[in-house]
Design a protein around this ligand. Sequence first.
Ligand SMILES: [Zn+2]
Length: 293
Amino acid sequence: MTPPAGWWVGDARITPIVEVTADCIIQAGMRDATPERMLGIPWLRPDFATDDGQMRSVVQAFVIELGDTVVLVDTGVGNGKPRPGLPAWSGLDTDFLDRLAAHGVQPDGVDVVVSTHLHFDHVGWNTTARRDTWTPTFTRARYLVSETEFGYWAGRPHGESADDHAGFDDSVRPVLDAGLVDLVADDHKVHDGIRLVPTPGHTPGHVSVLVESAGREAVISGDAIHHPCQIAHPEWSVHADFDPERARRTRVELLGRCADAGTLLIGSHFPSPTAIRVGRDGPGFTVHPVDLP
Ligand SMILES: [Zn+2]
């Protein structure tokens, strides 16, 4: 499926750069999202689920361009990273940087890299292999990481996978050692019109990225919402959620904001068309057609 060309939110332009598909990987981690239950949410088909109830999902980054500033949100799995726990994403060799260049962004043209959280599928392209070392890919960028999130991972949390610890070591440490990381508050202002909002639960310091320009809003939700099925069922958790109950409350709060403020919802794993208008449906939520260019 062709990825959407992106969206204008006031004067800000947001463009998805897809890295790989994630289809069954996320569904495997979301116990409640059985094919039968997925088929019970009719609007998921055909874009967000197949006719037999299989989830469609991707790994992607987002470029935000506002004025002269280029922000990259989340950096995927990366190339050549050993991830033995998840063979489908181990040792990838994709043309992600070419896709970024095709959009007009060279690695040294990125001003700010924001990580919604530090799972390995969100920090991978932070670094690339040069000779035998992992070196920063976006050499001119400041890499913004929530201080809470960084502290959590620096403590080597027991509940997280070996692949995620490896991601911290090969994709976060090298940019820290190069002096490129700014540890920031969970509500940090990145730029006029771009700020972080705390969305804890999936990880303790998880943040989403809110874009506000000329009276319009969009939020890049990271893994606060893994898949559009959680709009209908915010109580569905993935097993990687650090605190499932907090993650559920965060989803309800975020969906409420999207419904009440007309904020466009853009998920880091949502497949094309990726951007969703959320509406209220009794006590729950549903989706409306997107009316943006
Ligand atoms: Zn993820």
